[in-house]
Write a protein that binds this ligand. Structure first.
Ligand SMILES: Cc1cc2nc3c(=O)[nH]c(=O)nc-3n(C[C@H](O)[C@H](O)[C@H](O)COP(=O)(O)OP(=O)(O)OC[C@H]3O[C@@H](n4cnc5c(N)ncnc54)[C@H](O)[C@@H]3O)c2cc1C
Length: 411
């Protein structure tokens, strides 16, 4: 068989899943990562639906379970910390899923299990992509990195997350990338754990479109999020100015807000994100494709992003293997592979991205009346009568369709 070479940009869940599966199906793989070393850290994510089966096929369920966040359930609390509602977390896909893990720990489990021979280039980004007629080598995509490294590949896989620059460099036509701002800003950070922190995700909603989240991690610290809707004036501020604005915004919010703000002031991993959905009508152009959050960011409002990222690496390798006859991979072969990739994955993405309009207003009430209505709705939704409806809300990345088959040729 002619050797195939994939360059993958981004060493997180999607990129490493693609590296794992492509290497196991006979590809030479080079991973380019912007960060100077593998990026640990990150917030709580979970493995849901069909991603559990992908993880099982990788033999990594126990490894992920071993680094689980220790979270056992999810509760909504009031201003005094009293539990007002308990969200169902009894099945594999409850509000707290069976497999909860920090993003960095999840990616590291895959990294540590990569087969031999995956090459890593840290601290560089892709500066130039020459494909099709522009490529200096026929039937190859030519990639130049920020350090001037030139790579020739059969395929470039962009897995750079929601703010992907290489995606924006390659998919440049009108309508290629639709970025939808959901109007929610989240500020994340790790703060010291205190004795009253328990093993549940505690979720507090205050008027003014504000939320506070506290979740356990396996390192004896607590992961905190301050989230608000309606105002996006934090981007571009330096750390001190951002924290000062947050202090103003959350001044009268109540519950443990002061503690979180104090914790953020001393934390070295505070970062913010404005929730943005990415919608792309096609995920391939020539010998370049885009997967994971870079292709279809569903945001934490939709859920299931980590599951889709993991699954996409598997489906990519399966789709490519199905068209592979052993000779050089032609553009027509790749086009057929991407039809299958798209057909298999897009329904899962659409299902999550189709979150109802108005969900932000419901989740982030501005007024006392809105908050009271939200509490009533929470109780109704958690009642036995509505249990089947509620269960569907957290059942994402799920399908009755079987995964396409992959045969591992290199273990
Ligand atoms: C607070 C929070 C909670 C979440 N909760 C959940 C959840 O409960 N369940 C769930 O499934 N998902 C959740 N998610 C989403 C999940 O984290 C993402 O969907 C998932 O990490 C996407 O993986 P990815 O590999 O596509 O991208 P990312 O994890 O964003 O990784 C992108 C990688 O590319 C690198 N990179 C970026 N630009 C470049 C470049 N130009 N060149 C080279 N490398 C580059 C980055 O350094 C990074 O390593 C949550 C996210 C957040 C923020």
């Amino acid at each position: 068989m002619t050797a195939r070479h994939a360059v993958i940009s981004g060493a997180s869940i999607a990129g490493l899943s693609a590296a794992w599966w492509l290497r196991h199906t006979g590809w030479d793989v080079t991973v380019v990562e912007r960060a100077p070393a593998f990026r640990d850290g990150g917030q709580n994510v979970d493995v849901r639906g069909v991603a559990r089966e992908v993880l099982d096929r990788m033999g990594l369920v126990d490894a992920v379970r071993a680094v689980n966040t220790t979270e056992t359930g999810t509760v909504l609390v009031d201003r005094d910390g009293r539990v007002t509602t308990e969200l169902p977390s009894d099945g594999p896909d409850g509000a707290t899923a069976e497999l909860e893990v920090l993003r960095g720990d999840f990616a590291r489990v895959v990294l540590d299990d990569l087969p031999d021979g995956v090459q890593f280039v840290y601290g560089e980004t892709i500066q130039d992509v020459e494909d099709g007629a522009a490529s200096v080598v026929p039937d190859r995509v030519t990639i130049t990195t920020s350090a001037g490294r030139v790579l020739h590949a059969d395929l470039l896989v962009i897995a750079e997350g929601v703010r992907s620059r290489t995606r924006d460099r390659v998919f440049t036509e009108d309508g290629d990338v639709d970025e939808r701002d959901l109007g929610v800003t989240m500020v994340f950070g790790t703060i010291p754990r205190i004795p009253s922190d328990d093993d549940r995700w505690r979720w507090y909603t205050a008027v003014g479109g504000r939320q506070v989240h506290l979740r356990p991690d396996p390192y004896g610290t607590t992961r905190a999020i301050l989230a608000h809707a309606g105002v996006d004036d934090l981007v571009g501020l330096d750390r001190a100015a951002m924290l000062a604005k947050l202090r103003d915004r959350y001044a009268d919010a109540g519950w443990q807000t002061e503690r979180v703000l104090d914790g953020f002031a001393d934390s070295d991993d505070v970062y913010l994100d404005e929730l943005t959905q990415i919608r792309m009508p096609r995920w391939q152009r020539g010998r370049v494709c885009v997967i994971g959050d870079a292709a279809w960011c569903v945001t934490p409002m939709g859920g299931g992003g980590a599951s889709l990222a993991l699954t996409s690496g598997y489906v990519l390798a399966a789709s490519l293997q199905a068209v592979d006859r052993g000779d050089a991979l032609t553009q027509a072969d790749l086009d057929r592979a991407f039809v299958s990739f798209d057909e298999w994955l897009r329904p899962l993405v659409d299902q999550i991205q189709g979150i109802p309009k108005g969900i932000v207003h419901f989740a982030y009430p501005q007024t006392r009346l809105g908050l009271a209505a939200r509490r009533v709705a929470d109780r109704v939704l958690m009642s036995k009568l509505f249990a089947p409806v509620t269960a569907k809300l957290t059942r994402v990345a799920d399908t009755d369709r079987p995964l396409p088959e992959v045969s591992v040729v290199r273990s």
